[in-house]
Design a protein around this ligand. Sequence first.
Ligand code: NAP
Length: 309
Amino acid sequence: MTAIRLAIVGLGKIARDQHIPSIAATEGIELAAIASRNASVDGIAHFATLDQLLADGRDIDAVALCVPPQVRHAQAAAALKAGKHVLLEKPPGATVSELEPLVAAAREGGRTLFATWHSRFAPAVEPARSFLSNRQIKSVVIEWKEDVRVWHPGQSWIWEPGGLGVFDPGINALSILTRILPRPFFLTAAELSFPSNRAAPIAADLTFSDVTGLAIRAEFDWRQTGPQTWDIRVETDAGLLVLSSGGSRLVHDDRTLVDEKQAEYRNIYRRFVELIANHESDVDLSPLVHVADAFMLGRRRDVEPFIED
Ligand code: NAP
């Protein structure tokens, strides 16, 4: 089988940190071009925009859209129209409804659309799902607290409408929870804290439940300094299950079940190759739906301005 020739669109932090090395480490796919206004990679064909890449008619099979969510829909639509397979970074869009036309275009064109949720590929996620599948779940507490100055320096798009603010990392927790819980859950209350000089929240307190009345609490906060917290604690009839470090570790009471290095993006590219080979798409919008619900139901609290430097 010849390797899938992939173009990365938007050569920013995640493209450099994860996509490029993971593509290089994955059989069946190779980096053939970059479309990015301000950045390029030595030895790889470069275009300033996706439109220029598509117009060039180059032999590209697929694109990975690593741009901010606000500009992703138009690019995905253009790439699908041009007959390319499309990988979407998370979150898959700036709205929920913009995804359905993309799903339809992929189906009609016989192309793969893959809405990735990288945290679902963390090593402890599938073991947690198996553990919880036949347990009685008593409560869930999520703490997703990190320092925005460390993880998102200079990213002005993240504070704009559609950039999601603290839900940009928080949606990773929701992507894990929607995978590991045996039943769907829904938002019942939310408070979103907006810095007075920003259009997106810096913190969010959320309460969810499910058909059994399960209590789920989530705290997302971008103001955490010192040690960072990406933990999900699930109280069950068989004891406490703690998924920590963003899904790298799984501890049941005092027994460590998983403690592995992340290889999320290698698994993402392995899955993309598999989906293309099988003529399938993979688009699960449930984490994005919860975020949209939080913006619909959430009470707004004004907090002090966020000053970057
Ligand atoms: P980033 O560093 O800001 O990179 C995004 C790139 O997209 C920019 O370098 C820019 O490259 C291009 N771009 C095109 N249109 C743009 C616009 N209107 N505004 C800003 N940039 C634009 O962002 P990132 O951290 O890589 O995040 C990109 C996506 O990946 C986000 O959806 C994010 O949630 C997701 N993600 C990020 C991380 C992470 O750790 N950073 C982890 C997982 C997922 P040019 O200027 O060269 O065109």
